[in-house]
Design a protein around this ligand. Structure first.
Ligand code: SF4
Ligand code: SF4
Ligand code: SF4
Length: 412
């Protein structure tokens, strides 16, 4: 468990308020263009609709004119941004200054990968944006035009509605200031949050009624970006903070009932097995998950392959043998590896061909497990992963007896 014993103080939100020029997306792209043009950034990583299709991809570009085709607020998450960043920096640090514009859950995944030494952030400027959520990929692909119209209404209103993916309806980390409450982070925030928060710069538009947006920097890299844009950070952003807090409270309420519902649905081995019954063991959920970090996956290895005789023997012992094998083992194994870092992004569920509610299950289990460690994945770069650090006095209740609980020693 990570413990500093220091609580975060409620800070007054300040930043720069800008008028929206034309539309929100255009204004955001204008800022990125300026950063490319004045050589503050060498390249940007942004989502873009693939030409001639309705799908979206991540694009790394240096030419600011190409930004016209980018979409900072795509209606779907086809590829998790943390994974895109991982592809760029996996083999080593990049020496170009790259600005990566991503949703908060994508930034959080990138930060988790950074802690695992799988994303290098030295030259990356993480720019997060208020996230209206994302639509379920399958529903979007069935009717992209109608889905986009619906999504625009969600962006304009800034409220989470039932058209969004289930994990987006319960997401409380959709903005910078909506990130962890004091209670959540009292044990998992570094004493000095400067240079350690998730994003370097955040773009907020909630509460601005489509007429204004705000920029707020939380690290020296972010402040540098603001300086190069010739923007100060003196405006009060209390209007934005209040709008975000309203959405956050509603998301927290949704999350509470969601967790309760899923605890009942998957409680006990039978229910858990039933919830995963439709799984065909294709491993798509694992491949798209940004924080499924093992370089060599045990479940893709030959260790699980057996001889025909072994399968026949197992079939005889049990009466019959269901294929594909070991689906439960796969989910439990994956869960035990990465659930502390699960950022509840929904990418796994979008990728599932069998509509298994895999991200809802992982989000609920992640939430509970992360609470045990008072760990909020991806919100502070300086807080080590719970299983990378060891404190003598943690979880003493599961050791019998231990020196940190003298009362147990007396009873033993
Ligand atoms: S989980 Fe959904 S609402 Fe939350 S940051 Fe990710 S896409 Fe946005
Ligand atoms: S398990 Fe699913 S919801 Fe969690 S981080 Fe991976 S892809 Fe996202
Ligand atoms: S949960 Fe879905 S994506 Fe994951 S292995 Fe099963 S069928 Fe494939």
């Amino acid at each position: 468990m990570n413990s500093t014993g220091k609580e975060k103080k409620e800070k007054t939100a300040t930043g720069k308020i800008l008028s929206v020029e034309g539309d929100l997306r255009k204004t955001i792209k204008g800022l990125l263009k300026k950063l490319l043009k004045n050589n503050t950034l060498d390249a940007v990583l942004v989502p873009m609709k693939a030409p001639e299709t309705e799908s979206y991809a991540w694009v790394l570009l240096e030419d600011e004119t190409l930004l016209d085709a980018a979409d900072p607020l795509p209606p779907v998450m086809t590829v998790q941004g943390g994974r895109a960043l991982d592809s760029i920096t996996k083999q080593g640090d990049v020496y170009l200054k790259i600005g990566a514009l991503m949703r908060p859950c994508e930034i959080r995944a990138a930060v988790e990968l950074y802690k695992l030494n799988q994303v290098k952030l030295e030259h990356i400027h993480l720019i997060s944006i208020d996230c209206p959520g994302a639509l379920p990929l399958k529903e979007y692909m069935d009717n992209p035009i109608k889905s986009k119209e619906n999504f625009e209404k969600i962006v304009q209103k800034g409220d989470k509605n039932e058209a969004l993916r289930p994990v987006c309806q319960i997401c409380q980390h959709f903005s910078l200031l909506s990130s962890p409450s004091t209670e959540e982070t009292k044990a998992s925030s570094s004493p000095d949050t400067e240079n350690h928060s998730a994003a370097d710069l955040h773009i907020g538009f909630f509460g601005g009624n489509g007429k204004k947006l705000c920029l707020t920097a939380s690290t020296s890299k972010g402040k540098d970006l603001l300086e190069k844009l010739e923007l100060s950070q003196d405006d009060s952003l209390e209007y934005w903070k209040a709008a975000g807090e309203k959405i956050r409270q509603s998301a927290l309420k949704n999350r509470e009932s969601f967790n309760k519902e899923w605890q009942e649905k998957i409680g006990g081995i039978e229910n858990f097995t039933t919830a995963l019954d439709a799984c065909i063991n294709c491993h798509n959920c694992m491949r798209v998950c940004p924080v499924c970090y093992c370089q060599q996956c045990y479940f893709d290895s030959k260790i699980l392959e057996n001889s025909p005789e072994t399968y026949l023997q197992r079939a005889q012992e049990r009466g019959s043998l269901r294929f594909p094998l070991d689906t439960l083992l796969f989910h439990l194994g994956r869960m035990s590896h990465m659930v502390l870092s699960c950022v509840s992004c929904g990418a796994c569920e979008d990728a599932c061909p069998m509509s298994v509610p895999v991200s809802q299950i992982f989000s609920m289990v992640g939430d509970q497990t992360q609470k045990s460690f008072q760990y909020v994945p991806g919100t502070d770069r300086n807080v080590p992963l719970p299983l990378q650090s060891f404190l003598k006095d943690e979880f003493c209740e599961v050791e019998i007896p231990c020196e940190c609980d003298q009362s147990l020693l007396g009873k033993a």
